[in-house]
Design a protein around this ligand. Sequence first.
Ligand code: GLU
Length: 483
Amino acid sequence: MKIRTRYAPSPTGKMHVGNLRSALYEFLIAKHAGGVFMLRIEDTDQERFVEGATEIIYSTLKQVGLEHDEGPDKDGGFGPYVQSERMKTGIYTKYAKELIDRGEAYYCFCDKARLDSLRTEVVEGKEITVYDKHCLSLSKEEVEANLAAGMPYVIRQNNPSQGTTTFHDELYGDITVENAELDDMILIKSDGYPTYNFANVVDDHTMGITHVVRGNEYLSSSPKYTRLYEAFGWESPKYVHLPLVTDENHKKLAKRSGHSSFEDLIGQGFLPEAVVNYIALLGWSPEDNREIFSLEELIREFDYHRISKSPAVFDMVKLRWMNGEYIKAMEFDAFYRMAEPYLKKALTKELDLKKIAAMVKTRIEVFPDIEGMVDFFQELPDYDIAMYTHKKMKTNAQSSLQVLTDLLPRLEAQEDYSNDGLYRTLSEYVEEKGVKNGYVMWPVRTAVSGRQTTPAGATEIMEVLGREESLKRIRRGIQLLQA
Ligand code: GLU
């Protein structure tokens, strides 16, 4: 049997991290088995539709390399691939009527006032109204008269009031519920559109889907889908419901976190490859503790049986670390193209930006880190002379003043301001004094950068600053230490 999976987003806005994870896992399950990964657009909820959201779906999938084999733009013989277009073919009403004929569904003409008067229960914080099957008792003649009179209606699933239904999930196992608890959910709405609940079953079956991966917010409705499969006599696909993605406080990762969507993350300077790699590990882990995976490697390693049932915490620290690893592994030219705008924003003076880029490449985690790391090249920041005191280097204000004063005439006399040339001068002094390297490098680096941490050593920084600016900064250091 050929594996066929589908990513079935609703075009309702940015792509949430949880949705991208579903897409990725669907893609990996299909590709791991040499199967087909399909894109289906679920746009039957007109109220939630957001202009431009379909384009976001396409561009996101493209950026992360999740290329679909079938979809609205790639016919594989199972189309249409957009639910509103499928609706026009009459597929949903056809199947809903088939259920009515089998006694598994019925027309419901109840108006809002009547529905509002139904008993509501609060289940897990949500208000649930269980429909009381009022319209199930209408005779065939009554139904036909109502339809002929043009009365608005919905079509509801007719669930049994006795017995139990068992739904099987690949991770959660068997979930058995009392049929009496199953609401007669709406299959076709009064506007003629199918509900998600109905369309997902009809589409997954008619499009030959073998594996469904989705967020576990759908888990509680799933027994009702089992009932639909049974009513039709169809074989149900395998279901994999994914654990919730939460923030550090174990709350559902919400928009206001500022990093709940793929777009947010790209906007914050993350690389698409790193985001995909990180998202793959939000609930899944390989047998070893390996963490860095290319998409190709994920395809090879991915086994959905290893997905965890516990909520996956979105860990910004880890994502940043991972992004840093991807930046380190980048080719320099590609890195420079992406780093240049950030460098130019921080540095308007004429400086060797390529050299500075090489310094930060192994140190940043996201591109916006660059600015705060290099801005001292533009201008010496105000700094506290306490920075000259370093326990491990055995330096203090006094020793630093001595070092800088000794070195100033030598550096003034020096023409060669290459890193090597400068390093030689400083090393000679280190040797003469019989001190440790840091005893000299620390005060020099402090004077030329005004910073505790820098992306490079004293002489590399001086090479970039040039002779004049380096000397200026050393004189400034002396002046500060004398005061
Ligand atoms: N359209 C649904 C959503 O975006 C898809 C759920 C599913 O994969 O079945 O949440």
